[in-house]
Every structure is written in structure tokens, then in C-alpha cells.
Write a protein that binds this ligand. Structure first.
Ligand code: SF4
Length: 63
């Protein structure tokens, strides 16, 4: 799987970090950092992050 972030939409709320803390982190600068191609074991957490993102900035692609 591959995660794509629409940077025009992301507002750094951190809901994704809450759902999948090993994949998404809000840095000290307030910007989102994330693992673009997380392990399959993170799938349910990542799906939850996609659902929780208030601005719908996250998309999950299959590779
Ligand atoms: S929850 Fe959405 S808007 Fe907030 S930091 Fe994550 S991707 Fe960005």
C-alpha cells in the first residue's frame, strides 16, 4: 500500500497520528511527516487515519 497526502488540504490536525502513531507524526515545526509505504501490519490503523482526517487529505493506494 502507498499513502498519498494532498498538501493543499492537510492542516496538521494530527488525527492521523492519533490513529496510526507509527506511520504519521506531526513534527516540531507542525508539519506532517509520514511513512509513505508502511508495513502491511499497519493497514487497519492507516485506514482509520484516512477515515478520521477532517480535511480528507489522505488517500490509500494499492501497489
Ligand atoms: S489528520 Fe489529515 S489534516 Fe490532519 S495532519 Fe493528518 S493528514 Fe493532515
Amino acid at each position: 500500500m502507498k499513502i498519498v497526502v494532498d498538501w493543499d488540504l492537510c492542516e496538521g490536525h494530527g488525527q492521523c497520528e492519533f490513529a496510526a502513531p507509527d506511520v504519521f507524526q506531526i513534527g516540531d515545526d507542525g508539519n506532517l511527516q509520514f511513512n509513505e509505504t508502511p508495513d502491511e501490519s499497519e493497514r487497519s490503523n492507516v485506514e482509520q487515519a484516512v477515515r478520521r482526517c477532517p480535511t480528507r487529505a489522505l488517500t490509500l493506494l494499492e501497489d
